[in-house]
Design a protein around this ligand. Structure first.
Ligand SMILES: *[C@@H]1O[C@H](CO)[C@@H](O)[C@H](O)[C@H]1NC(C)=O
Length: 211
């Protein structure tokens, strides 16, 4: 009888640990559609170490653009291993004078680590209190989920930071692009922002907006 109990116990142990192993990860099957709880899992038999390693952050992003900066993401789309794990990362390159304009990540909080250079970074709380500071190499700063924030290269050389997010799909919405890079009519932008229409037209021209 006790042998039977022992066997039942061992069976339960083996059954539960093999159940646990299929729950360890859920590498995104990018051939399927995203869902509110993430992508469906890739067949475990097809998962390899390359699903958990990403080399796309090794190279600097191209900063020859209006903002003189580049965000190179390692979100689910680029790094399917993060699917379902509540985590992701990205590389920020800021040339001299570069800026990541005021933006939010609706899906996750952000932790920034300065690897090189000097970055003035800050966020604005829901109470409209501003928290900003000039960060040096080795400093880290938090940006709580959903809040407007920015990063400016305030040094004399290029700056590099690695950011991590508490979501595999933190999302990115840049306020200036939301306001001036689409076809929302100038009079509506003016009515809702109190900006003068000439300024709005000018910004739409620079950022590719119309109307
Ligand atoms: C960087 O982007 C600019 C503007 O799009 C382009 O002209 C240039 O060739 C790019 N440089 C590299 C190294 O890809």
């Amino acid at each position: 009888m006790s042998i039977q109990i022992l066997f039942s116990f061992l069976f339960l142990l083996v059954a539960s640990s093999s159940y646990a192993s299929v729950q360890d990860f859920c590498v995104a099957d990018l051939s399927q559609s995203d869902t509110p709880s993430g992508f469906p899992c890739k067949d475990v038999k097809k998962v390899s170490v390359s699903d958990f390693v990403y080399s796309g952050l090794a190279a600097a992003g191209n900063t020859s653009n209006l903002i003189k900066a580049a965000v190179t993401p390692a979100f689910t789309a680029q790094f399917p291993g993060v699917n379902g794990l509540g985590i992701s990362t990205a590389r920020l390159d800021l040339a001299v004078g570069g800026v990541i304009p005021m933006h939010t990540h609706p899906g996750g909080s952000e932790l920034l680590v300065v690897i090189e250079g000097t970055i003035c970074a800050g966020f604005i709380s829901s109470a409209n209190t501003v928290y900003f500071k000039t960060l040096k190499k080795g400093d880290i700063m938090l940006f709580p989920q959903g809040l407007l924030h920015f990063q400016i290269n305030s040094g004399k050389g290029a700056a590099l930071a690695i950011v991590s997010f508490s979501s595999p799909v933190p999302g990115l919405q840049i306020t200036d692009f939301a306001l001036f890079a689409n076809d929302l009519p100038t009079e509506i932008v003016a009515a809702t922002t109190f900006l003068d229409p000439a300024t709005i037209k000018k910004l739409k021209g620079v950022l590719g907006g119309t109307n």
